[in-house]
Design a protein around this ligand. Structure first.
Ligand SMILES: Nc1ncnc2c1ncn2[C@@H]1O[C@H](COP(=O)(O)OP(=O)(O)O)[C@@H](O)[C@H]1O
Ligand SMILES: [Mg+2]
Length: 295
């Protein structure tokens, strides 16, 4: 499809309401003129194409390609050292790949800096918690939005009225995010001393106020109890449902991954060994041997 046609389709997809089913033909968007056969002309939100990353003699990613549809939860799994965090670091613009391309909503992500991707709606959490222990929960959430605020360093230092207004609006949005995740009771508690499961949920609230379209979660369930894992999984799914988020989930906790993912991508030594429906992928002999069987 030519680029102009892709662009027009994306604009229509964003503006318009739900798809309408019509036999095996699908009219994708109610007022869109494009009628297509099921499965054809699907435009991915995230497209990772032939990405390779080399660290000295180690090939951390080897010709990796996969796509994500808008609103999808995709589980990216694989043994330790398979390249999952490296992929996050490429997409979130911490590493430059040696080859390949990444597009997000048709835009070249590799041409953007780590700062710029938050403006187009890409947000990631880190494998190790990145919260400020001495700050209150609500302040930790407000930090999530600092790239969007118009208040510059000078107005912030002088505490100009325009800055105070922005800060109040930000606080209101942070409060709404905490309410949505059920954390309003600890809003003014310092992050330090709260249970690990609560800290993980604060990270989700922080992600939410950055107005993300794609959230990448790196091992959000690590260190959680079974009960905390289940409640985090429900939080993630609920956020996706309410905000039509697209979620790239790296996680070892298989019950969580299989419970909420609609697509699985499996890596082993930087190479993709399976990609598709979780029920099919989990029974793939190569996947079982590389990963599931040994976990
Ligand atoms: N900054 C780096 N420098 C050198 N090697 C790295 C770096 N980051 C990752 N690696 C290597 O790349 C491979 C993939 O690592 P990583 O992406 O962290 O795996 P995963 O997240 O799947 O456990 C590993 O062999 C790791 O040692
Ligand atoms: Mg990792």
């Amino acid at each position: 499809m030519p680029i102009w046609a892709k662009k027009a389709q994306r604009i229509n997809q964003r503006k318009l309401a739900l798809p309408v089913q019509a036999g095996n033909l699908r009219i994708r968007w109610a007022s869109c003129l494009c009628v297509e056969r099921e499965g054809v002309q699907r435009v991915a939100l995230l497209e990772v194409s032939e990405i390779s990353v080399q660290f000295g003699g180690i090939r951390a990613l080897d010709d990796l390609s996969f796509t994500m549809d808008e609103g999808q939860i995709l589980g990216l799994i694989g043994p330790n050292g398979a390249g999952k965090t490296t992929l996050f670091n490429v997409v979130s613009r911490i590493y430059d790949p040696t080859a390949g391309s990444v597009t997000f909503d048709g835009q070249d992500l590799l041409a953007m800096s780590a700062h710029e991707i938050s403006r187009v709606g890409v947000y990631r959490t880190f494998q190790n918690l990145a919260l400020w222990p001495g700050m209150s929960v609500i302040e930790n959430v407000m930090v999530g939005d600092h790239t969007n605020t118009k208040a510059n360093v000078i107005s912030s230092a002088l505490r100009l009225p325009s800055m105070r207004k922005e800060e109040n609006e930000l606080r209101d949005r942070a409060w709404a995010a905490l309410e949505e995740i059920g954390l309003q009771d600890v809003a003014y508690h310092p992050a330090a001393g709260l249970p690990f499961g609560t800290l993980k949920r604060i990270e989700l609230a922080r992600a939410l106020i950055a107005n993300p379209r794609l959230i990448m979660l790196d091992e959000p369930a690590s260190g959680l109890t079974h009960q905390e894992v289940d409640s985090l999984a429900q939080d993630i799914k609920g956020l996706r449902d309410r905000h039509n988020l697209t979620i790239l989930l790296v996680e070892h906790h298989m019950r969580m991954v299989l419970g909420i993912s609609e697509k699985l991508v499996v890596l082993n030594f930087g190479r993709k060994i399976a990609d598709g429906d979780p029920d099919v992928v989990r029974n793939d002999p190569e996947v079982i041997e590389a990963y599931l069987g040994s976990s």
